[in-house]
Design a protein around this ligand. Structure first.
Ligand SMILES: Nc1nc2c(ncn2[C@@H]2O[C@H](COP(=O)(O)OP(=O)(O)OP(=O)(O)O)[C@@H](O)[C@H]2O)c(=O)[nH]1
Ligand SMILES: [Mg+2]
Length: 242
């Protein structure tokens, strides 16, 4: 299988070189795409320097910070357009352990979608109390409001077959930030039942600062309500035979 590992970066200069090396170690001779939004800390320059002597490394630079969701969408389009069989996405900050990459690649052989999960047996989250609560509420909302029947709906350590991505109505996705994770999953579970969750221990970021803020949280609540409305209206249409 031709796999692309995609990493969205914003100010990840303290992590990115080590992460690229770790990905190559755990998934040798696979392509890596870094999509950087003009990070002020020079992340792109570091990747450019590595890419000069690494034929498996590609950098896409965008002019400004356009959000993790839109970055993930751009990586999905790149994977489809460049005839990869699968795309694995992960955060740059070592919250997502690169040692799980071989398992993801194996699971993708027989699934359309795989996700690292803090909420299956063996999974764990090393967040403090506040963020644990936020995560639990977001996952509860994703299951109850958006009707996504997975234990883990918000983690961004994910793998997709590009044949699935090609079928999704990506142009209908409105979220550009963190709530993209739930919105894309809403479509995924409606297009395939070949999904798998594997346990991860979610570590807090190694270096650098968080980009998640109050605005992202408000957007996530609004997205859940929008998906709930769409789901209920869809059921009504189905019941009335429209
Ligand atoms: N290209 C791009 N990448 C982004 C953007 N926002 C966040 N990222 C990247 O998305 C990944 C997840 O962001 P994080 O800041 O780690 O978010 P988080 O894991 O919820 O929060 P912390 O781990 O506490 O920082 C990281 O690799 C970020 O560098 C963005 O606007 N554009
Ligand atoms: Mg993080």
């Amino acid at each position: 299988m031709k796999i692309l590992v995609g990493i969205a970066t914003y100010n990840e200069a303290l992590n990115i070189e080590r992460l690229i090396a770790a990905i190559h170690r755990h998934l040798p001779q696979r392509h890596i795409l870094v999509l950087d939004d003009n990070s002020p800390d020079g992340t792109a320059r570091l990747v450019e320097a590595l890419a000069a002597s690494d034929r498996y490394l590609t950098l896409i630079k965008r002019p400004g910070k356009l959000g993790l969701g839109s970055a993930t969408l751009a990586m999905m389009r790149y994977a489809v357009d460049n005839a990869f069989d699968a795309l694995i996405v992960m955060d740059a900050d070592f919250s997502h352990d690169p040692r799980s990459l071989p398992l993801m690649a194996e699971l993708l052989e027989r699934n359309d979608f795989v996700t690292g999960s803090r909420y299956v047996e063996g999974g764990k989250c090393e967040y403090g109390l506040y963020r644990t609560l936020v995560s639990k509420v977001a996952n509860w909302g994703a299951r109850r409001l958006a009707g996504i029947e997975l234990r883990e709906c918000t983690t961004a350590y994910r793998g997709f077959k590009t044949s699935l991505l090609g079928r999704l109505p990506l142009e209908r996705i409105k979220s550009t930030g963190y709530s993209f994770q739930v919105e894309v999953l809403y479509h995924i579970v409606r297009h395939t039942d070949k999904t798998a969750e594997f346990p991860i221990v979610f570590a807090d970021r190694a270096y650098g600062v968080s980009k998640i803020n109050k605005k992202e949280m408000v957007m996530s609540v609004l997205t859940l309500l929008r998906l709930f409305k769409r789901r209920v209206m869809g059921q009504e249409r189905a019941q009335s035979g429209v």
